[in-house]
Ligand binder design. Structure first.
Ligand code: RIB
Length: 311
């Protein structure tokens, strides 16, 4: 079995729940406040580690109380933190999140995540069969350096270009599997997309990014549309009652990476990751809501034959 290496952000999520989101200039009364471990890199690493796959996180924490709490939490989830550095004179990444009616708004302040550099990602030794994962909450040149090393080692590179920002072709050329939602797909392709669009429209936009790589477009409760070797593959979502969608995309990415490290076929890996994300959205918080392998397997084995397959 390969291993999963995630180079990415680690945040403390400061979460306020309210009946509705405030409009600009407005104040609304909140209901509760929570401090949840988060950050796209950490969330993806936890999602992978909880599937029982050896998972290493590469990143930075501030030398502060949040940093200590995050380190303790991540170690308890089984994530290898040998390449997570404490950084003096910088705070840990912090996300300010508002949740109302299961939907969130997020402001991320990168702190130490903004200092993850090429030397940091050069430290772990990757090998053939490993999966190298990153997202856009650490500097883009660092991601390019990480993927260059991964490619030389024969590892598979997986990019989740979130939050959306302009990425140059040289970086995208280092990516084997691109996992993105419809907003990020619209941004990277310069296409107007909305979540009600038919799958064929997403497939058409994804095709312009494919160029030999696999594209997975996560469509929330509608499931995931993948384009592999030019062929579209739709894996429907699972109807569940969501309480908090924060980290659901990260759960999908981490769970998918874990399955690819175990050499699973793409369709099976997508089905698995879809189920993992459907469990994640039924719980509050990002990293703490990642399901275990046993929880995902229980849902998969309770399905009727054919359920969750292409319509
Ligand atoms: O994808 C969800 C994550 O985005 C949150 O955990 C928050 O930290 C932001 O990075």
């Amino acid at each position: 079995m390969g291993r999963v290496f995630v180079a990415g952000s680690i945040n403390m999520d400061v979460v306020a729940t309210a009946e509705r989101h405030p409009r600009i200039g407005e104040t609304v009364a909140g209901e509760a406040v929570f401090y949840f471990p988060g950050g796209k890199g950490a969330n993806q690493a936890v999602a992978s580690a909880k599937q029982g796959v050896p998972t290493t996180l590469v990143g930075r924490l501030g030398a502060d109380a949040f940093g200590q709490e995050l380190r303790t939490f991540l170690a308890a989830q089984g994530v290898d933190l040998a390449f997570v550095k404490d950084t003096d004179n910088m705070h840990s990444g912090t996300a300010i999140i508002t949740i109302a009616d299961a939907d969130n708004t997020i402001v991320v302040v990168p702190g130490a995540n903004g200092l993850v550099d090429a030397d940091d990602v050069a430290a772990p030794a990757l090998a053939k069969g490993d999966v190298a994962v990153s997202q856009f909450e650490i500097p883009l040149p660092t991601i390019a350096a990480f993927f260059k090393r991964a490619r030389i080692a024969g590892a598979t590179t997986v990019l989740n270009p979130a939050p959306a920002k302009p990425a140059d072709k040289a970086l995208l050329d280092l990516v084997d599997i691109l996992i993105l939602n419809e907003t990020e797909l619209g941004f990277l392709t310069g296409t107007e997309l909305s979540d009600g669009d038919p799958p064929a429209r997403f497939a058409e936009a994804a095709r312009s990014l494919a160029q030999g790589r696999t594209i997975c477009v996560t469509l929330g409760k509608r499931g995931v549309l993948a384009l592999a070797d030019g062929e579209p593959l739709l894996v429907p979502g699972r109807e569940v009652k969501a309480v908090d969608t924060t980290g659901a995309g990260d759960c999908f990415v981490g769970a998918l990476a874990s399955q690819l490290a175990g050499s699973k076929a793409l369709r099976d890996a997508l089905t698995y990751a879809n189920v993992a994300a459907s469990i994640c959205v039924q719980r509050m918080g990002a990293a703490p809501s990642m399901p275990t392998a046993e929880e995902v397997s229980a849902v998969l084995s309770s399905r009727r034959p054919g359920e969750g397959r292409d319509p």
